[in-house]
Structures are given as structure tokens and as C-alpha cells.
Write a protein that binds this ligand. Structure first.
Ligand code: C2E
Ligand code: MG
Ligand code: MG
Length: 756
């Protein structure tokens, strides 16, 4: 997962967990609220129940008190009734005792039947003298009159008192024979209730009177708000007369209510909220840590993947470094490592062989059929070679068409068998596209016998390969320490060739090509010479071979052609006529892609007509790559140059081939001429070549004519041209000029009989 995606996912997860956290919080909070409400309701119900009980208790208490006072009044009224005479003095003393005993008794009076004052005891100055009507309201008066008088009727009426607002009037009948009357007692109600309830635990409740004209609260300092929340109970006290009622409202006092409240619902609410919050936060944290754990696991996984990828890449890199991409075989580095290991643990009694393989015609295949065919051939090779190898043998590609095989065998014979098997693996053609390619291979073989280094082993195998190539390819050659010297010589020589080219030390000599009938010079063959300061020159075959092997032959060939063309120009210019020029072209030169163009350019630059040029190529070069050579030869032919097959007879000697090429002459190899006088075979061959050439309308040149007898015989065979020491050794341009000028002739030497 890429980092950007990861971040996006994380933030999405983040918001999801916030939502979950918030939802959890809401649910927990709702549950807490429910619990709180339930608890609060229970608490409220408990308070209601308590209130109910308190109402009953307080009611009972006040009723008892009211009953007590009623009987006090009745007893006093009875005392007034003793005897027919009412004794005010006696009553007043009685009244004062009561007023003293009960602080909340305000005044007392004895009234006659019509409720006029007979006697009065109480605060002075209220204007109640005997004979005055007692201030009683009409409603109360009516209620009193309706009751049977004898039963000690009681009436009750609020009565404002000076400085004591809530007075209550109690009327008790005085059954005094013929002169009944009333005992009027005025009580200060709040003080009375307070006093009555004093003994009892009044502490936690409050009362509020509900009577019109007598509104007060008990205790006086209870706030009105105590009655405001609806948690109140009506409390009614019915007095003896069954009609007078004291009506109150009872409430719990705020401090009592506060004391009763357990605080549990609030605690639950508070704790619950906190708990909900904590739980949500914990859930959030848990989710975050789970996410973090997932993230870490994911990161771990991607780290693992990365390590794994890197390991793969490293392994791949190591493979690439030591392997060839085309064939998947180990490359040079891989093979050198394998060789290192093999050298290190060579088994006693076994020979470690290194076989260096090189395809013989790979360059041609690439050039004529294209590189994809060449590549495919290389790809098929491991399988083909593998068929000749043991499983423990190693094979690798060193580059190009070069392969290396490492094998351990018990003896030199076994290694030879392996080399033969590898050669035989190429007996069958390779099928590539529509082609059936016959390919051969050359193999250089060496073994580890002293303590050569792996690099030396490969070098030795390479030297042996060179020998196998040199011996004619499609074979194997064993390494020979001599080879190293040869390789060394080759190296030294190629360096010397380069230097000699740079300092123009090569020279060109010319050997006349003579008309065998007239002995006139018709052409010259240009031959390269490399003079040495100290001793005889190096034979051209030798340095040309090295130049071919080291890629210098192209330069060398151009150099020779240039020199020869210059000389040719001189002769023609000087004499108005001259010989044709035969130039030797090696296989390597011939295969150069720009060979024809470069040669044509050289001719053009000097204005030399192409007809004056004969190109000598050997048979094996001619047939080496039929298709490609055919095209090159056709181009040269079209340009007007003649083609000559050099050294004819040493190789395939197939007239059938030659017939198919635009060839104008063949040169009979000097090997047939050397013993021509004495060897009937050579005679037969030479005669046949001459006959066939004539039939094919080809010219023939006999090489290496040294004796007049050879000339005689060749004339008999009808060979038109020849060259050799008999006429002139290869010589410098001045000598040719002398010949052209008629200052030098070989006629006497060539035809001694005629001449003498
Ligand atoms: P080749 O083309 O067959 O040249 C003829 C060789 O025979 C020359 O050897 C010549 O000196 C030698 N020869 C001529 N007449 C006689 C004779 O009567 N008796 C004997 N024994 N030998 C005779 P040379 O000059 O040593 O050249 C050897 C080969 O080197 C040539 O064989 C040719 O293949 C090659 N070569 C020489 N110069 C060049 C060159 O400029 N370019 C290329 N590519 N090859 C060259
Ligand atoms: Mg030649
Ligand atoms: Mg020759």
C-alpha cells in the first residue's frame, strides 16, 4: 500500500472511531440519565411517604393538644357555673393562673348568653369592659347559636390581636343553670402550635396555615419556597364541635429535605457521565491502539515485503552480474567464479579440463541471415552442448560465439572423448526459422596440472583454440606450452605490423605474369614485403596471417593496393601502355562490408580503369560463404574487374563451383608445377586444369615456373600464362620499368635452346 493511501485510510478510520466513540458516549449518558431519573423518582417517592407519615403524626399531636385545651376550657366553664352567683373575682384568679401557665393564651372573658362581657382577663386597653359586646363575627355567632347549648359548644374564629396577628377565639358554653353564658378564650395560634409541637420532633417539617385571615408559617423563619415545589401535604384539624377546622399545609423543611436526599441520583449522574466519558475515551484509545497495531502490522508486512523484494532484486542483480541474458548461462564472471571453486576443490585422481569453444562461421551467419538467427543459434547451443555433458559439468558463455566448458574426468582420454562428443553435437543442423544451419565448432582443450590460476587456464584453452582454428577449424586441439610462445609471437608481430604501417616500412614488389608463347610481360602481381633491418624479411604469408587474425589486414591490404596503383599509374603514364595489376585479397579483406566500395574509390581517385585490375582470391575464400561471396563477386564483375582464383588445386578444386562465379582466370598452384617434369600425376592434373579452363573460357596462370622444361610442358598443355623465377623474381617497380623499357629480358634464360 502506498503511503498516501495509507494516510487516507487512517484518517477515515480515525473519523469512524470518533463516531463510534461519540455514539458510545451518548448511549452511556442516556443510560446514566435513566438511572438518575429512576433513583430520583425513588427518592421522591420515599420523601412523599415520609411526608405522609409526618402529616398523620402531626395531625394526631395537634388533635390531642386541641382536645387537651378544650377540656381545660370545659373545666373552667364548669367552675364558672358553681353556685348561682357568678364570682368574677374567683374566675379572674382562675383566669390568671391559666394565662400564667400558657404563654400563648392571650385573653379570657366570660360572656352572658348574648355575648356581652361579664368579666375579662387579659391585656389592658383592649376596650372590653363588663357589659361591652364581645367582638365575635356573625358567622361564628350563627354557628354557636345553632348548636345545642348544653353540650359545651365550641367555636373557633380567627381574631386579630394587638401585636400578635393570629389569634384564635375558642368559645365554650358555660352551663350555669338559668344564666348560661360563654367562656371566650383567645389563643395566639402560631405560638400555641409551636409550643405543642415543641416536645415532639418538629424540626424537619414546616407548617403554613391555610386559614383566611390567619396566614402564618411555622417556624417563622421557614422560607415560602419550602412550600413551593409541590411536595406538601394538607393537614386539617377538626375541633370538638365537628365544624371548626384548622387547615394547614405541611412541608419538609429545606435542610431536612437536603438531609434526606441521598445525593445518589446526582452522584450516579455525575459518576455515570464521567464513567461514560472515560469509557468512550477508553474505547477511542482502544480503537486507536488497535488501529495502531493494525497499522504497525501492516507496516511490518510492507517492511517484510520490501526486504523480500530487495533480496530478490539483489539475487537478480547477482544473477545478472554472473549470467548471460541471451542464453541464461553463466557469463565470463560467472564462469571464472565456477572455475575458482573447481580449482579450489579439485578431486585427487581427476583432471579438471577447461574447453574453450568458438563457432566457426558465426560471423557469416550474423551477417547473411541476420542477428536474430545468430541469437537463436546461440540460444539453442546450451541444449545441444548439454547433450554431450555430464550433469556435473559446467558450461558458460564468455561472449560472442565463445563458450567455456568445465569438466572433471578421470583421464586425458576421457577429456578427449568429451571434446569429440562436443564436436559431434554439431553433426546435425540447427533449425532456425526456415533455415537448416550446419555449423561447426573449434575447441581448445587444457587441463589443470600444475598450479595455474583460473585466468591462466582460460588463456591456455584460448591458445589451444587458436591452434584448432589454425589447423583448419571443426576440430579440437590440446594446449601445448609452445602455443603460449606462439601467441606471444603473434602479439609481438601484430604490434610490429601496426608500427610498420604507421612508418610506411612495407614495400610492394611485382612479379611479371608472362605470356607463355611470346614471353612478353602481360601483367604483374603485387606482393607485399616487410624488410627487416637485421636479417631476412618476414614471409608475407606469416605476417598476413597475423594481420588477418588481429584485424589489421584491411589496412595492410589498402596500403598495398595504394602503392601498387601508384606504380601502375607511373608505368602507364610513362609508356602509354603497361601490364595489368594482380592484387592478392585475403579472406578477411574480402569479407569487409565496404571492401568493394573502398576499392572502387581507390581506383577512381587515381583514374585507373577497373579492367586493369585482377583480384586474386583463394578457393577456400571463394566457397566459404557462397551466397555472400556471390554478391560481392558480381559487384566487382560489374565494375569491370577480373577475378582470379589463386592457388587452385590445393583446396576443393571444384571446377563446378568456379563455373558459377564470374571468374576470368585460375592460377595453378606452384605445388603442381614444382615437379611437373618428373611427376606424372602433377602433369595429369595440370593438363586437366588447363583443358577444363579452356573449355570454360577461363585463362590459366601457372605459378612457380623455375625451369625451361616446365615452360615447355606448360606450353604443350596450352597454358596461356605463367610466372616464376624463370622470368623474374618479385622485384621493385624500377625493375618493372626496365622490363617495360626493354632494358631487361628473360627470354634468353627461359628459352636457352632457342636462344643459343
Ligand atoms: P601467391 O599469391 O600465390 O604469390 C605467389 C608466391 O609465389 C609469392 O610468394 C612469390 O614470391 C612466390 N613465387 C613466385 N615465383 C616463384 C617461383 O618460381 N618459385 C617459388 N618457390 N616461389 C615463387 P610470396 O611473395 O612469398 O607471397 C606469398 C603469398 O603471400 C602470396 O601467394 C599471397 O597469397 C600472399 N601475399 C603476398 N602479398 C600479398 C598482398 O599484398 N596481399 C595479400 N592479401 N596477400 C599477399
Ligand atoms: Mg597471388
Ligand atoms: Mg599463389
Amino acid at each position: 500500500m502506498r503511503n498516501r493511501d495509507r494516510t487516507r485510510l487512517l484518517s477515515a478510520l480515525n473519523s469512524v472511531s470518533w463516531v463510534i466513540g461519540a455514539a458510545l458516549f451518548a448511549v452511556l449518558l442516556a443510560l446514566t440519565a435513566l438511572l438518575n431519573r429512576e433513583l430520583a423518582a425513588r427518592e421522591a417517592r420515599a420523601i412523599q411517604a415520609y411526608l405522609d407519615t409526618r402529616v398523620v403524626q402531626v395531625q394526631a399531636e395537634l388533635m390531642d393538644a386541641a382536645d387537651d385545651h378544650a377540656s381545660i376550657h370545659r373545666r373552667m366553664a364548669a367552675r364558672i357555673g358553681y353556685g348561682d352567683d357568678f364570682d368574677p373575682g374567683f374566675w379572674r384568679a382562675d383566669a390568671r393562673t391559666i394565662l400564667n401557665d400558657f404563654a400563648y393564651y392571650d385573653r379570657l372573658a366570660v360572656l352572658d348568653r348574648d355575648m356581652n362581657v361579664l368579666a375579662y382577663e387579659g391585656p389592658a386597653g383592649v376596650g372590653l369592659a363588663p357589659g361591652d359586646p364581645f367582638p365575635i363575627g356573625p358567622a361564628a355567632r350563627r354557628r354557636l347559636e345553632e348548636q345545642p347549648f348544653e353540650e359545651g359548644a365550641m367555636a373557633l374564629e380567627p381574631m386579630p390581636l394587638a401585636g400578635r396577628p393570629h389569634g384564635l377565639l375558642f368559645m365554650t358554653s358555660v352551663p350555669a343553670g338559668d344564666e348560661p353564658g360563654w367562656l371566650a378564650v383567645v389563643v395566639e395560634l402560631p405560638a400555641a402550635i409551636a409550643a405543642e409541637l415543641e416536645d415532639y420532633e418538629f424540626g424537619d417539617i414546616a407548617l403554613r396555615s391555610q386559614m383566611p385571615g390567619a396566614r402564618f408559617r411555622l417556624p417563622a423563619d421557614v422560607p415560602a419556597a419550602a412550600f413551593a415545589d409541590g411536595d406538601t401535604r394538607p393537614l386539617e384539624i377538626t375541633l370538638d364541635d365537628g365544624q371548626s377546622r384548622l387547615r394547614f399545609e405541611l412541608a419538609l423543611r429545606p435542610e431536612a429535605r437536603a438531609a434526606m436526599a441521598s445525593g445518589l441520583p446526582e452522584t450516579v449522574l455525575g459518576l455515570g457521565s464521567v464513567l461514560a466519558l472515560l469509557t468512550s475515551v477508553a474505547a477511542l484509545l482502544a480503537m486507536a491502539s488497535a488501529r495502531q497495531a493494525r497499522f504497525l502490522a501492516q507496516a511490518n508486512r510492507s517492511l517484510n515485503d520490501e526486504i523480500h523484494d530487495r533480496e530478490l532484486a539483489e539475487r537478480e542483480l547477482a544473477f545478472l552480474l554472473t549470467h548471460d541474458t541471451l542464453t541464461d548461462l553463466p557469463n565470463r564472471a560467472g564462469m571464472m567464479q565456477a572455475l575458482d571453486r573447481a580449482v579450489a576443490r579439485r578431486a585427487p585422481g581427476r583432471s579438471l579440463a577447461v574447453l574453450y569453444l568458438d563457432l566457426d562461421q558465426f560471423k557469416d551467419i550474423n551477417e547473411t541471415l541476420g542477428h536474430h538467427v545468430g541469437d537463436e543459434l546461440l540460444r539453442q547451443l546450451p541444449v545441444r552442448l548439454g547433450s554431450a555433458l555430464d550433469p556435473a559439468d559446467r558450461i558458460g558463455r564468455l561472449g560472442g560465439d565463445e563458450f567455456l566448458v568445465l569438466a572433471e574426468r578421470r583421464s586425458r582420454e576421457r577429456i578427449t572423448e568429451l571434446a569429440r562428443a562436443l564436436l559431434a553435437a554439431f553433426d546435425r543442423p540447427f533449425a532456425i526459422d526456415e533455415h537448416a544451419l550446419f555449423v561447426t565448432v573449434s575447441i581448445g582443450v587444457t587441463t589443470l596440472d600444475a598450479d595455474q590460476s583460473p585466468a591462466e587456464l582460460v588463456q591456455n584453452a584460448d591458445a589451444a583454440l587458436f591452434r584448432a582454428k589454425h589447423l583448419g577449424r571443426n576440430q579440437f586441439a590440446w594446449f601445448d606450452p609452445e602455443l603460449v610462445a606462439e601467441v606471444q609471437r603473434r602479439l609481438t608481430m601484430s604490434r610490429a605490423i601496426r608500427e610498420a604501417l604507421d612508418s610506411e616500412r612495407f614495400t610492394v614488389v611485382y612479379q611479371p605474369i608472362v605470356d607463355l608463347e611470346t614471353l612478353e610481360m602481360r601483367g604483374v602481381e603485387a606482393l607485399l614485403r616487410w624488410p627487416q633491418d637485421d636479417g631476412p624479411g618476414i614471409p608475407p604469408r606469416e605476417f598476413i596471417r597475423v594481420a588477418e587474425e588481429t584485424g589489421l589486414v584491411h589496412r595492410l591490404g589498402q596500403y598495398a593496393v595504394e602503392r601498387a596503383l601508384d606504380d601502375l599509374q607511373d608505368w602507364w603514364r610513362q609508356f602509354g601502355s603497361g601490364p595489368w595489376l594482380a592484387v592478392n585479397i585475403s579472406g578477411a579483406q574480402f569479407r569487409e562490408p565496404d571492401f568493394v566500395d573502398a576499392l572502387a574509390a581507390q581506383l577512381q581517385a587515381r583514374n585507373v580503369p577497373p579492367e586493369r585490375i585482377h583480384l586474386e582470391i583463394t578457393e577456400d575464400v571463394l566457397i566459404e560463404n557462397l551466397a555472400q561471396n556471390r554478391a560481392v563477386l558480381d559487384r566487382l564483375d560489374r565494375l569491370g574487374m577480373s577475378l582470379v582464383v589463386d592457388d587452385f588445386g590445393v583446396g576443393y578444386s571444384s571446377m563446378a563451383y568456379i563455373k558459377n562465379f564470374p571468374v576470368s582466370a585460375i592460377k595453378i598452384d606452384q605445388g603442381f608445377i614444382r615437379d611437373l617434369e618428373s611427376d606424372p600425376d602433377d602433369q595429369a592434373i595440370t593438363r586437366t586444369i588447363c583443358d577444363l579452363s579452356r573449355m570454360l573460357r577461363l585463362d590459366t596462370v601457372a605459378e612457380g615456373i623455375e625451369h625451361p622444361a616446365q615452360l615447355t610442358m606448360l606450353r604443350r598443355f596450352g597454358c596461356p600464362y605463367g610466372q616464376g623465377f624463370l622470368f623474374l623474381e618479385p622485384s621493385g617497380p624500377d625493375v618493372i620499368r626496365d622490363v617495360l623499357a626493354g632494358r631487361r629480358s628473360w627470354v634468353k634464360r627461359a628459352e636457352p635452346a632457342t636462344a643459343s
